[in-house]
Design a protein around this ligand. Structure first.
Ligand SMILES: [Zn+2]
Length: 50
């Protein structure tokens, strides 16, 4: 099972975060890459400052 970044996919990219061998099925799961994790954390911090 491939895990790709949902944010990257939205931007037309396909960042593979990792492969999970636990379920041996040809499906793709969504996660978040390190770059977008930082973006998300920055946005959350900005919201808290208000
Ligand atoms: Zn990403």
């Amino acid at each position: 099972m491939k895990v790709i970044c949902a944010w990257c996919e939205h931007e037309g990219k396909e960042t593979l975060i990792g492969e999970v061998g636990l379920y041996d099925r040809p499906i793709t799961s969504h996660g978040i890459c390190d770059d977008h994790k930082k973006v998300l954390l920055t946005q959350i911090r900005k919201l808290k400052v208000k």
